[in-house]
Design a protein around this ligand. Structure first.
Ligand SMILES: [Zn+2]
Length: 113
């Protein structure tokens, strides 16, 4: 499952940060996920709970911020808002839209104690 490897990547980032800060445990993880990143949020939450078991981040709250996606519509010659990767341009209905922003995922912040 794609979300499982994402969750493992998140845990690596979280654990190395937590170790650097000499944390006893991680209480909250805040993630930013672009609307075009093709991530199943519910699956990601499930995988995060699974991979963090017996780690510093066990039972940490997972907060997810979704960032809007944007793409470049070729017929319109302008940037448009996209809710999903395969969406048409909201102005002209064309599918010739190149995603520009919204495919990324990153750990924005962690809270430790
Ligand atoms: Zn357009």
């Amino acid at each position: 499952m794609h979300e499982m490897s994402l969750a493992e990547g998140i845990l690596q980032v979280v654990e190395s940060t937590a170790r650097r800060e000499r944390a006893r445990r991680v209480t909250r993880v805040i993630l930013e996920i672009g609307a075009l990143a093709s991530v199943e949020i519910e699956a990601l939450r499930f995988c995060f709970d699974a991979v963090t078991r017996a780690s510093l981040a066990e039972r940490a709250a997972l907060e997810i911020i979704t960032l809007p996606g944007r793409g470049w519509c070729m017929p319109c010659g302008q940037e448009v808002t996209l809710a999903a990767l395969a969406d048409a341009c909201p102005h002209c209905g064309s599918f010739q839209v190149q995603p520009v922003v919204g495919m990324e995922m990153r750990v924005k912040e962690i809270e430790i104690e």
